[in-house]
Design a binder for this molecule. Structure first.
Ligand SMILES: C[S@@+](CC[C@H](N)C(=O)[O-])C[C@H]1O[C@@H](n2cnc3c(N)ncnc32)[C@H](O)[C@@H]1O
Length: 291
């Protein structure tokens, strides 16, 4: 019974991304339709890698960076161009996307087909890699079971260097509730997560902190960076659009987002986070985690 559920969850993911692969091949918006969101995600990840590299005392040629669920390899291609010295790695579950990523033939980039619930360190050679930077961009939410999400997060912690960072772009449930409250006030229907996504929640942050010792640290771009854009595009635009008006990606939303500035409120389910490893200390008299 459990096995059956698992198979059907996996099948949902494989079917969805097979279709995505055939429609978009190497595009920036291969795995997300909204280009504004994708651009912001990539900007955040690049800036966070840049921050790490600038502050690291290690030789850049020795830094290992992995994109979990690397899709068609778009993000890896951007990182390859911006950081020619880093060793890049990618894992992808969907065969059709893995093929596209692999066929990019990116320099010094190892890509394997695999499942981040089982292993993130199985690169078909004799080396045991550990990673200075681990990136997840809407892939933990593709694991449609919270227990299996925790499994993947545990592997992230186990494969992260002690002074490394985990750069996370994932969707959270609480801001979605907030967004839907704002929509309801305007008589708009609720937005539900797609069937290929299971959103994280604040308990997952608690699990990462208390069980794994992965604690959120300040990031280069604010966590709720996309909040203004989500509010304007998913509430304001919907209310003000006249019949026949542009349905998505309007000048009006771009204009207002720029004017108001990013990160107002808590309306973006997609959050930008950076985590570092801390050593858990369980003594009652001390704070639970120390650097
Ligand atoms: C939003 S996309 C990531 C985009 C990617 N960073 C890029 O540059 O295109 C999420 C990817 O995770 C993959 N995925 C889903 N579940 C996975 C799993 N358990 N292990 C590895 N990859 C997975 C999907 O096939 C999909 O390509």
């Amino acid at each position: 019974m459990v096995e059956n559920t698992k198979k059907s969850n996996d099948q949902i993911i494989l079917d969805h991304y097979k279709k995505v692969a055939s429609n978009h091949t190497t595009d920036l918006n291969c795995t997300i339709q909204d280009p504004r969101i994708r651009e912001a995600e990539v900007q955040f990840i690049v800036k966070s890698v840049e921050n790490f590299v600038e502050n690291s005392s290690k030789d850049l040629k020795k830094l290992n960076v992995i994109d979990l669920g690397c899709g068609n390899g778009y993000l890896l291609s951007v990182l390859r161009e911006k950081f020619p010295d880093l060793n890049l790695f990618g894992i992808e579950f969907t065969p059709e996307l893995f093929d596209i990523a692999k066929n990019r033939n990116l320099y010094n980039t190892r890509i394997i087909q695999g499942d981040i619930r089982r292993s993130i360190n199985d690169f078909n050679d004799d080396n045991e890699y550990s990673f200075d930077i681990i990136i997840s961009e809407r892939v933990i939410i593709n694991i449609l079971d919270h227990k299996e999400q925790r499994q993947a997060l545990t592997l992230i912690k186990n494969n992260l260097e002690d002074d490394g960072v985990y750069i996370q772009v994932e969707s959270y449930f609480e801001p979605l509730v907030n967004l839907n409250r704002a929509r309801k006030e305007m008589a708009l229907t609720s937005i539900e997560p797609s069937k290929h996504n299971k959103f994280l929640n604040r308990y997952m942050i608690g699990f990462m902190r208390d069980r794994l010792g992965l604690c959120e640290v300040e990031s280069s771009i604010q966590t709720n960076f996309l909040s203004t854009y989500f509010f304007l595009s998913r509430v304001f635009h919907q209310v003000t659009r006249p019949p026949g008006g542009k349905v998505k990606y309007s000048h009006m939303v771009d204009f207002l987002t720029e004017g108001i500035g990013p990160g107002i409120g808590n309306y973006s389910p997609i959050l930008f986070k950076v985590f570092k490893k801390f050593t858990p200390t369980y003594s009652k008299s001390e704070p639970r985690f120390q650097k």
